[in-house]
Design a protein around this ligand. Structure first.
Ligand code: GUN
Ligand code: FE
Length: 438
């Protein structure tokens, strides 16, 4: 049961690993492209120029999209599903924001009904914004992660999630213990990791809310469960960094705390990293650890301006919304703010780089580039159809675009959920702008 989708299509590949420029993405753009999907197993069969493929598949049922751009599903590498109701909380920076808004909200997730409702709403918002994969924080409650994966399974989305480990400097109702955090995390790994499209991430919140014993236990869990991810926060805010220094005076830096407890590695994703030094970058690079850059959050919480260029040592940088510190589920709006941060740092983020980052770049940072991120044969068929005429302003702006780069750039600066006409997950339509969730 093959199905065709005809539109302008953009995706990226990496040059073969054997070549000198293997890290460099290669753009593939088809002004009149066709994506062929095997709807039975939800994978990509082919992606090429429409004329070429129609000759090969003359009987193919084809859906045509006008004034549209089709890309791989977008990927968000750091986001908190329980913080839907924390978005747009006024007036605080990180530590007060956590204490005054975030922790009180997360306490409600002791109730599985609250978790199920929030997870469903959250996943629908992602799909509405064209996001089909995310690396997601739950709360300290084991049930919050069961609820999330249950909802994700219903939509067949590829999601990575974990139960937050936190045993100090938070309200009693949000604290686990070293033993319970290990037992709950392991039970969730056994139930959900590699169950269908679901994957698990060991999730110590950050160095402030875990004792040394809990961080050590998280490191042991990671070592004992190959293929499982690790996600946490790192060097987001100056007061946070000062507090970590007080709590772990024997460690060289904030990153060194995580390093000491065995939490670095190629499946370890560190959110923010606004304030790292050269030595931190060297260790991140050596261990192939990943950075998640969260522009709307860094601006909203006043955390600082991340440098996307001029890294002292090469580290994979992905990009993320960090809702509810972040202010939008839209990866387009996230790139809009990323562009402005780059402007203030004296560099320019090209639209091509932004579209690469939202798709294959983020897939690579999550070690999922063999599964998702582009339209190579056999990949899981997650894709978005952008409507380039979604608003009067967008129509007018697009009409005067002369090049692909201009089209992409105006989409990334002006676009948001209004620009997402349809979102498809593993070959099945999950969001349609006119009809809602499928
Ligand atoms: N650091 C520790 N917890 C959090 C969180 O929930 N959001 C953000 N932005 N930073 C954190
Ligand atoms: Fe966060």
């Amino acid at each position: 049961n093959y199905q065709g989708y005809r539109a302008a299509i953009l995706h990226y590949t990496h040059a073969p690993a054997s070549t000198a420029n293997s890290a460099e993405p290669v753009a593939h753009y088809f002004a009149d492209g066709l994506l062929v999907v095997d709807a039975d197993n939800g994978t990509v069969v082919a992606c090429d120029d429409a004329q070429t493929l129609l000759a090969q598949y003359p009987k193919l049922p084809v859906t045509c999209y006008d004034n549209a751009l089709l890309t791989p599903g977008l990927i968000d590498t750091h986001v908190h599903y329980p913080q839907v109701d924390v978005i747009a909380s006024y007036g605080e920076q990180l530590l007060d924001w956590l204490n005054n808004y975030t922790f009180p909200t997360e306490l409600n997730f002791a109730d599985p009904a609250v978790a199920t409702d929030a997870a469903g709403f959250f996943l629908n918002e992602l799909l509405k914004n064209g996001t089909t994969t995310a690396l997601v924080f739950g709360t300290v409650h084991k049930g919050s992660v069961d609820a999330f994966f249950t909802e994700s399974e219903k939509r067949n989305t590829r999601m990575i999630c974990g139960k937050v480990m936190m045993n100090r400097h938070a309200p009693e109702g949000l604290c686990d213990t070293v033993e319970s955090s290990v037992a709950d995390s392991q039970a969730l790994i056994d139930r959900w990791h590699n169950n269908g499209r679901q994957l698990y991430a060991i999730t110590p919140r950050f160095a402030i809310t875990s004792t040394a014993e809990q961080l050590a236990a998280a490191g042991e869990l990671l070592a004992a469960n190959p293929g499982v991810y690790m996600q946490t926060h790192l060097a987001e805010n100056l007061d946070e960094i000062a507090f970590v220094k007080e709590l772990f005076p024997e460690r060289k830096s904030y990153l060194d705390v995580y390093d000491y407890y065995g939490l670095l590695g190629e499946r370890s994703v560190f959110a923010h990293c606004v304030h790292l030094d050269d030595e931190d970058y060297r260790r991140m690079s050596e261990t192939n650890s990943k950075i998640s850059f969260c522009p709307t959050s860094n601006l909203f919480l006043g955390s600082g301006l991340f440098s996307l260029e001029n890294q002292p040592h090469p580290v994979d940088v992905s990009v993320a919304t960090d809702v509810g510190g972040g202010t939008s589920f839209s990866m387009l709006q996230t790139m809009n703010e990323a562009y402005k941060i780059c402007q203030l740092k004296g560099s320019s983020l090209s639209a091509q780089k932004a579209f690469y980052m939202m798709t294959l770049g983020n897939a690579k940072a999550l070690s999922l580039d063999d599964n998702i991120g582009n339209f190579e044969r056999g990949k899981e068929a997650d894709f978005v159809v952008f409507d380039l005429g979604c608003t009067d302003l967008m129509k007018r702006r697009q009409a005067i675009c002369k090049t692909l780069d201009e089209t992409l750039f105006s989409l990334m600066i002006l676009g948001d959920d209004r620009a997402v006409a349809e979102t498809w997950v593993a070959g099945k339509k999950q969001w349609h702008k006119a009809e809602g969730h499928c």
